[in-house]
Design a protein around this ligand. Structure first.
Ligand SMILES: [Zn+2]
Length: 330
């Protein structure tokens, strides 16, 4: 039929354009519509957690539930390394229940969880964590490689940082990484950086916060992730992001970069912590380093962001406010 074949031609033209165009593919954008009008946005951030409740994961979860209730949180951000040691074996891996569904059971935590992938997640079946089948099993679960979350006054830019690390490719040791969907690596990384740069440039949000698994600045065990620092940080600086939130180092940490003013917030205390594992750092930049378990909350209004770190007893370890002039152009 005439109509049918012209449709087919159109589809082919679109496919060809997509296939050959060097253009910037936009990152997928999700929208969080606040349920509480004129109220601050309340977020809870946890990372490096999935260990079937061991290494105090259950205690952290219990305290998250209490603090989450008090703050009436809107959603949870997970900074990755969701399932130890080697991600999920597939969509039917019981670890999804043992480390997530049956651990974060508090009523206040029955909100959407926005997850990124960590290096340990890449050691399993990556597609399983990205699969909508998991969201069918537990509607809280949202996991993508890189995406934008538009929450009105703030936009979060989730970046897939694991493929940046050279040694996972050149010196993986006994580990096997699932790079399907990432290769060829150079093209994947350059597209991702272009996409993040473009998205940050387009953003009209009052606050811009980038989330990734790997550290950019950290006094912890892993320290700075040189590849991410060299390739992603210049974009964050040029686009004046307010904060970068990560996990990977199993600690709670707040570094203010005196040069750029960017706040580097590590929330990697979801289960196993690394006691006493700290490198020297400039005193005026390191506002908190806590080598035990815990999590972080962020409360955001148009003019203010309050960041608080908690330990497993619910004790406030560190609280910090960032302010923004209301008459600033976004
Ligand atoms: Zn990690």
């Amino acid at each position: 039929m005439g109509g049918c074949s012209s449709q087919r031609v159109m589809v082919m033209v679109v496919v060809l354009l997509l296939g050959t165009s060097p253009s910037i593919a936009e990152l997928q954008k999700l929208k969080h519509t606040p349920t509480k009008a004129d109220q601050p946005l309340n977020i809870l951030v946890v990372g490096d957690w999935g260990r079937q409740g061991t290494y105090n994961q259950s205690l952290v979860a219990y305290q998250m539930g209490i603090v989450g209730e008090k703050q009436n949180i809107d959603f949870v951000i997970s900074t990755g390394d969701n399932f130890y040691d080697d991600g999920l074996t597939g969509v039917d891996d019981p670890a999804f229940y043992d480390s997530f569904v049956n651990i974060y059971t508090a009523p206040s935590l029955q909100k959407t969880w926005y997850n990124v992938l960590g290096n340990h997640d890449y050691r399993g079946d990556v597609e399983a964590q990205l699969s909508p089948i998991l969201t069918q099993k537990d509607s809280r679960w949202v996991c993508m490689r890189s995406f934008i979350l538009d929450a009105g006054i703030v936009e979060f830019f989730f970046v897939d940082t694991t493929p940046f690390r050279d040694d996972y490719f050149t010196d993986p040791g006994e580990h096997t990484y699932d790079w399907s969907g990432v290769l060829p690596r150079d093209a994947y990384l350059s597209e991702l950086l272009k996409d993040v740069d473009f998205a940050l440039g387009q953003s009209k949000a009052k606050w811009k916060i980038v989330v990734g698994h790997h550290t950019i600045k950290s006094a912890g065990h892993h320290g700075n992730t040189v590849e991410v620092e060299q390739q992603l940080l210049p974009i964050l600086k040029a686009k004046n992001v307010d904060a970068y939130i990560n996990g990977h180092d199993h600690c709670l940490e707040h570094i203010v970069d005196t040069e750029s003013g960017i706040h580097f917030l590590t929330s990697g205390g979801g289960s196993k912590a690394w006691k006493g594992d700290i490198k020297p750092w400039k005193k005026e930049e390191l506002k908190l380093y806590y080598d035990g378990q815990g999590f972080m909350t962020v409360q955001i209004t148009e003019s203010k962001a309050d960041i608080v770190f908690y330990d497993i007893y619910g004790k406030v370890l560190h609280a910090w406010s960032l302010s923004k002039k209301l008459n600033n152009a976004a």
